[in-house]
Write a protein that binds this ligand. Structure first.
Ligand SMILES: Cc1cc2nc3c(=O)[nH]c(=O)nc-3n(C[C@H](O)[C@H](O)[C@H](O)COP(=O)(O)OP(=O)(O)OC[C@H]3O[C@@H](n4cnc5c(N)ncnc54)[C@H](O)[C@@H]3O)c2cc1C
Length: 606
């Protein structure tokens, strides 16, 4: 279906079906140049704001209006300049990239997008800065974009010729013993919680909540991902099989909507918006400035199992995959276990984590499978399978990890950088990467039934001949406690997540390819070849799980039927919320809610 047809179809969706009012929250008298406009303005256009108008915005935001320039911009022309050499030294440091207003954590995607700075950026430090920027963009009919941690694979936190609202510096964190949402007094039990500025990274939340506070908050796996981007994705961390998706832990959000109003959204105020923020995709509904998330008791222990098992023949690999699936179903398909098993190059790679089990319990669980592997003679262990544990209090404690598992973490190596922060070394390869392809699919738990296991094993075998496939076993909620599944049901995510035992991910990329870097740029022939293999690998899985759906934030830029894939039956309701809070489409992102109404660059209403 082409974009116009989708538009027609979605415009006609009956809002009553979604149980929502179609009434816009915009005041009738709201002045806006956007109303009825077909095209947003670009620099050089007659209606582009004048220098005095930009100056007025600058005054309104305390001088924090920037003209972003990539630190790599001059590298081709002057590779020996201090700016360029300094930037090249930090090109694999995600903390550095996150601190650069002109950069994004992914440098682009072959044949899809390339990271480009905005024309102007408001480096917001507070909610009034965000209000001023939203009003300015609406009144002047600008393309508006929001960036937090900058991790969007789809490039949705960058757009050339736009005004950027950069939330990096809205990052205060406050712990609460007994939080009640605004207007929820008497209706919501007080609960321990944490309020986090929208631009904070998860590592800062984990440091405050776990290392300092001795509690648990459900966030993401990658430490440098932004809090607001992840919550609006749905969001999974290593232990989501026990604590559910991150969005389900949201108690309240402060958000600036397209009309420039600051709204508090929770279960009793703007409940429709609150629901949509939980997994409806970042950047479509407004600018979140603060999130309050529930915190939980910490388990005593967390642990990991890692290693690699290599098969010596097709037959042995088929058997290994089949045994791994059976072992997962019988021993690991429960709230204790998360993270990954991956399949490629005749190898089963194990990168699993667990919580709430002691080391001996974990060893006992794995013993039968490992005994079979070691006893069979058809397998080698290029990396011995190791099981280890640590007190959960230290799970994100940078100094403890540096001392005890030094290979697992990478510090922010810049002089004077915080020593409370680190990146998992497993995420290092993704920093600044130029993506060749990336796809995901939620695999329904029915595939673990005894009579479906052979199909799953064969699909993994066939797919892994093309490209490595990773099963992220923490990114599907089948096997989680029932109340966590119920909480996730009350989010905007594709309900397919509730019955998925894993999110299958297949992707790949090459070195950073920011514009201006020395060299010939990305190898597009290699990229397209990899993309084709990724496609074939995923097709092998989709043959046995045709309606699986995909995780909005870890998915294919070229995803077909994306509304259904990302949100399933929730898309109708999401559109109604979008129409209510942003009827004129100020907030646009690629494959975001309501984006059918706009050209791919978000500049032209179709
Ligand atoms: C290396 C890497 C590892 C990842 N690991 C995980 C993982 O373990 N688990 C998981 O669930 N996901 C993971 N993701 C996906 C990640 O959760 C999403 O890409 C998330 O949206 C990133 O948020 P961000 O703020 O860092 O990115 P950004 O690119 O800044 O934002 C992402 C989207 O949200 C919007 N947005 C950001 N801030 C706001 C705000 N304040 N208000 C409104 N909209 C906003 C942006 O406009 C953009 O559309 C990973 C991604 C990468 C690149």
């Amino acid at each position: 279906m082409n974009r116009r047809n989708v538009l027609k179809a979605t415009i006609n969706l009956p809002l009553a079906l979604a149980g929502l009012s179609s009434e816009s929250v915009f005041a009738q008298s709201e002045p806006s140049k956007l109303r009825g406009a077909l095209s947003r303005v670009r620099p050089g256009d007659r209606n582009w704001p004048s220098a005095p108008e930009w100056e007025k915005l600058k005054q309104a935001v305390g001088g924090r209006l920037l003209m972003p320039l990539s630190p790599f911009a001059s590298c081709q022309a002057r590779p020996d300049s201090d700016v360029c050499r300094g930037a090249l030294q930090q090109i694999k440091n995600p903390f550095y990239i996150g601190d650069e207003v002109a950069l994004t954590q992914t440098s682009g995607w072959a044949d899809a997008w390339i990271s480009q700075p905005s024309a102007y950026a408001v480096a917001a430090t507070n909610t009034p800065d965000v209000v001023a920027a939203v009003n300015f963009a609406r009144i002047h009919n600008l393309r508006l974009v929001v960036k937090g941690g900058g991790h969007s694979y789809q490039g949705t936190s960058q757009a050339p010729d736009s005004l950027l609202i950069w939330t990096r510096h809205i990052n205060a964190i406050e712990l609460h013993d007994a939080f009640v949402g605004r207007g929820c007094e008497g209706r919501q039990a007080p609960q321990p919680a944490v309020s986090v500025g929208a631009g904070a990274m998860w590592i800062d939340a984990y440091d405050a909540v776990t290392t300092q506070g001795g509690r648990y908050v459900q966030g993401g796996g990658c430490t440098t991902v932004g809090v607001a981007g992840l919550i609006q994705s749905g969001g999974f961390g290593s232990f989501s099989k026990n604590y559910g998706c991150a969005a389900a832990g949201l108690i309240e959000a402060e958000i600036v909507t397209a009309d420039g109003q600051v709204r508090i959204a929770n279960a009793y105020q703007h409940a429709d918006l609150f629901w949509a923020l939980k997994g409806g995709g970042g950047g479509s509904l407004g600018v979140i400035t603060r999130l309050t998330l529930r915190t939980r008791d910490l388990p005593d222990t967390v642990g990991g199992v890692s290693g690699a098992i290599k098969a010596s023949s097709d037959e042995a690999y088929r058997e290994l995959i089949a045994r791994a699936i059976k072992f997962y179903k019988t021993a690991l398909f429960n709230r204790h276990w998360g993270e990954q098993m991956s399949f490629g190059q005749y190898t089963l790679k194990i990168d699993m984590v667990f919580q709430g089990l002691e080391q001996q319990e974990a060893e006992k669980i794995w013993a039968p499978f490992l005994e079979w592997v070691r006893g069979s003679g058809a397998y080698s262990l290029p990396s011995e399978v190791q099981i280890s544990t640590m007190p959960a209090r230290h799970a994100w404690d940078a100094q403890f990890l540096k001392r005890n598992t030094p290979g697992d973490t990478v510090p922010d190596a810049r002089p004077g950088a915080s020593d409370l922060r680190f990146l998992w070394s497993g995420d290092q390869g993704q920093v600044g990467q130029f993506l060749y392809g990336y796809q995901s699919a939620w695999l329904p738990s029915g595939l673990l039934a005894e009579n479906r296991q052979p199909d799953l094993a064969e699909a993994l075998f066939a797919g892994s001949r093309q490209r490595k496939i990773a099963l992220h076993l923490n990114k599907g909620l089948a096997g989680a406690p029932p109340d966590e599944i119920a909480a996730a049901r009350n989010t905007a995510m594709n309900p397919a997540v509730l019955d998925a035992f894993a999110l299958a991910i297949c992707g790949g990329g090459g070195p950073p390819a920011y514009a201006g870097l020395p060299g010939e740029g990305p190898n597009l022939a290699l990229a397209r070849d990899a993309a084709a293999k990724i496609d074939l690998a995923m097709k092998a899985l989709l043959r046995i799980a045709p309606d699986s759906g995909a995780y909005v934030s870890e998915s294919n830029y070229f995803q077909s039927n994306w509304q259904k894939a990302f949100w399933g039956t929730n898309y109708v309701k999401l559109q109604a919320v979008k129409n209510r809070y942003d009827p004129e489409g100020l907030f646009y992102m690629w494959h975001g809610v309501g984006s059918e109404a706009w050209s791919a660059d978000g500049f032209t209403r179709l």
